[in-house]
Ligand binder design. Structure first.
Ligand SMILES: *Cc1c(COP(=O)(O)O)cnc(C)c1O
Length: 399
């Protein structure tokens, strides 16, 4: 993460330096009106972000984790339900499920895209669950709890196979909430709709994170829900504000999950650049693809199916000599990351719930994936240096 090497893994400094006068103007404006929480900046961001995602509504909150929790609760997930997601994600996905009162359960990934494998979801529903005709829900045979929702994670900026997931969800009576925390602006070609669709516009609702390192990041914490359902949006607004739609009148207990005005104002400025930044990331990905092609046997570039337009939150290669390659790159001043080294089901936090071998594709991915430098503003020279350093390693150690 440190920009001290020759090629940093991410560079958040340069990008913000260019926007500094505008960002400082936001602080000044907010300080002068003393409207620090909610208000016109937040409402403006909600309107603009919903438009960007091709969704009718967006509700701004203080993190992606809360966005996912509120979306699940507002969509009707209840304490004691099972919500299915994938093992190779950031723990926030399963935390949000647990914090909504549900029990996270997992299905393995497609090893080419690292996203949820719809065949595995189907197998899970068919073999591990049985229809409870009184409730209309599929109930897990061993856990004896209803499976009510599925959270596909659009990992690394690339959308999951949403047509298949939506079809299964309809068949098995599941709510779909997209974890789009890494996928602001990503697109998916829906055969069913015969058009490109944006992340956050397909499921019942979606959660986005504005953590600084995301494709759209605040200068602090933030997140948002998108949905086309006005009642779901209203419920999220109530949940984020102590269960109240009107100050000091509480329909239920809620949370303090509000976004502050300074972050909202800064996000509005950055949102104007997001489409361009995403294009830059896609262009950088094409450059990497080309540079890495001669080494494809040793270091595999990411797979982008025809149905996906990734926004490359991360550019993740796959190699059996991952740890050695990472060490080599680090010694030569090239920053890298691993997303993620330990799949959710093997985290200490979930000890006793799953075991080694439960999700072999996620486990093998965790041992082989490496995220190369990727950010808007990455130069071709920096990419060449990274690729040459990889090539050097492949030549010396792999053959
Ligand atoms: C970042 C992230 C989150 C959580 O977002 P926060 O804003 O950090 O709470 C959830 N899911 C995924 C996949 C993420 O990458």
């Amino acid at each position: 993460m440190t920009p001290k090497g020759k090629v940093p893994f991410v560079d958040l400094v340069t990008l913000h330096r260019e926007l500094e006068p505008e960002l400082l103007e936001v602080c000044k404006r907010v300080i002068e009106t003393a409207g620090f929480v909610g208000g016109p900046e937040v409402e403006g961001l909600e309107k603009e972000f919903a438009e960007f995602c091709d969704a009718k509504y967006s509700v701004a909150v203080n993190s992606g984790t809360d966005a996912l929790r509120f979306a699940l609760m507002a969509a009707g997930v209840r304490p004691g339900d099972i919500v299915v997601t994938v093992p190779n994600t950031f723990i926030a996905t399963t935390e949000a499920i647990s914090q909504a009162g549900a029990r996270p359960d997992l299905v393995d990934i497609d090893p080419r895209t690292f996203n949820m494998d719809p065949q595995k979801l189907r197998a899970y529903l068919e073999t591990q669950c049985t229809l409870d005709s009184s409730s209309g829900h599929y109930v897990h045979k061993i856990l004896k709890k209803p499976v009510t929702a599925v959270v596909p994670v659009h990992l690394f900026g690339q959308m999951a196979d949403m047509d298949s997931i939506m079809e299964l969800a309809a068949q098995y009576n599941l709510i779909v909430v997209e974890d789009a925390c890494q996928a602001h602006g990503a697109e998916y070609f829906s055969q069913k709709e015969n058009r490109w669709m944006k992340a956050g516009s397909i499921g019942r609702a979606a959660a986005f994170s504005f953590y600084p390192g995301k494709n759209l990041g605040a200068c602090g914490e933030g997140g948002a829900i998108t949905t086309n359902d006005p009642e779901l949006a209203r419920k999220c607004m109530v949940l984020r504000d102590h269960g109240s739609a009107k100050k000091y009148y509480h329909e239920m207990e809620g949370y303090n999950g509000r976004l502050d005005s300074i972050q909202a104002g800064m996000l509005r400025i950055k949102l104007k650049h997001l489409a361009k930044w995403n294009e830059q990331r896609r262009a950088s990905a094409r450059v990497y693809d080309e540079l890495l092609a001669p080494m494809a046997e040793a270091v595999a570039a990411p797979f982008e199916p025809k149905s996906a337009k990734s926004v490359y939150h991360l550019y993740v290669v796959r190699t059996t000599s991952r740890d050695d390659l990472q060490k080599h790159l680090s010694e030569k001043g090239i920053g890298t990351g691993i997303h993620y080294p330990v799949p959710v089901h093997l985290q200490k936090a979930y000890a006793g719930m799953w075991k080694q071998g439960d999700f072999p594709e996620a486990e093998s991915a965790a041992e082989q994936i490496l995220s190369l430098p990727m950010f808007a503003g990455l130069t071709i020279e920096q990419q060449k240096l990274a690729a040459e350093t990889i090539s050097e390693f492949v030549g010396e150690y792999v053959r």
